[in-house]
Design a protein around this ligand. Structure first.
Ligand SMILES: [Zn+2]
Length: 214
């Protein structure tokens, strides 16, 4: 970890994390507009740095290995009204975090893990609920211990986030590899919803019904 002379930016430079994908990852955090979050920001960077190779391995696919993420920036922004958002297409990729939110919720590192998953996803073509479901699958089924409960019938798998994460994990537990092929096809731009039927023999609505019925 290096601090610049102003002490505003923290750079964590990592050489050769475990795994064979990224040769290195550099994560920069910008707390220049919320100096009280400087310590929190460096804490976020060290946790994301530790988790980066593992999340990469969860979301591995051949085209990613050819062109892995090598750096990204986290900016704590007082003008941002949500929790956090990822901009994977920026150079370098950017995660924006709400200053107001993280001032109150310094325990919510899981939301940053979710955004880091988006940076790594680099999807060309995907459905919203798959993109958000996989990011929350990384968060809830790998990083956090508080896993979402089974969604009831008032929910839809198309809701995204924790509901879709639960559903995708349920499918994965019965048809191992579906998340790999979803991730791969979204990244390569070949995703269609038929992938569920090809992989499991059931279309996505049927899978949701089966999950609800048992
Ligand atoms: Zn998201």
């Amino acid at each position: 970890m290096l601090l610049n002379p102003m002490g505003l930016f923290v750079f964590v430079c990592i050489c050769q994390p475990r795994g064979t994908m990224a040769k290195s990852i550099r994560i920069k955090v910008d707390t220049s507009q919320a100096v009280d979050l400087k310590h929190f920001g460096s804490n976020v960077v060290s946790i994301l740095y530790d988790w980066f190779p593992y999340v990469e391995s969860l979301l591995r696919s051949p085209t990613y290995q050819e062109s892995p993420v090598t750096q990204f920036v986290i900016k704590f922004d007082p003008t941002y009204a949500g929790v956090a958002a990822a901009y994977p297409g920026k150079h370098p990729p950017l995660i924006r975090g709400s200053v107001n939110f993280y001032r109150k919720r310094k325990d919510d590192i899981g939301s940053m893990i979710h955004e880091m998953a988006h940076v790594i996803q680099k999807y060309k073509k995907c459905d919203f609920w798959i993109t958000e479901g996989i990011a929350d699958w990384v968060r809830y089924f790998h990083y956090e211990r508080n896993r979402p409960v089974r969604p009831g019938r008032t929910k839809s798998y198309r809701d995204g986030y924790a509901t879709s994460a639960y559903f995708l994990n349920w499918i994965e537990s019965r048809y191992k590899g579906i998340i790999y092929y979803l991730n791969k096809s979204c990244r390569e731009g070949t995703y269609t919803e038929n992938i569920f039927e090809r992989f499991t023999g059931y279309n996505v609505d049927q899978l949701w019904e089966i999950m609800q019925s048992i």
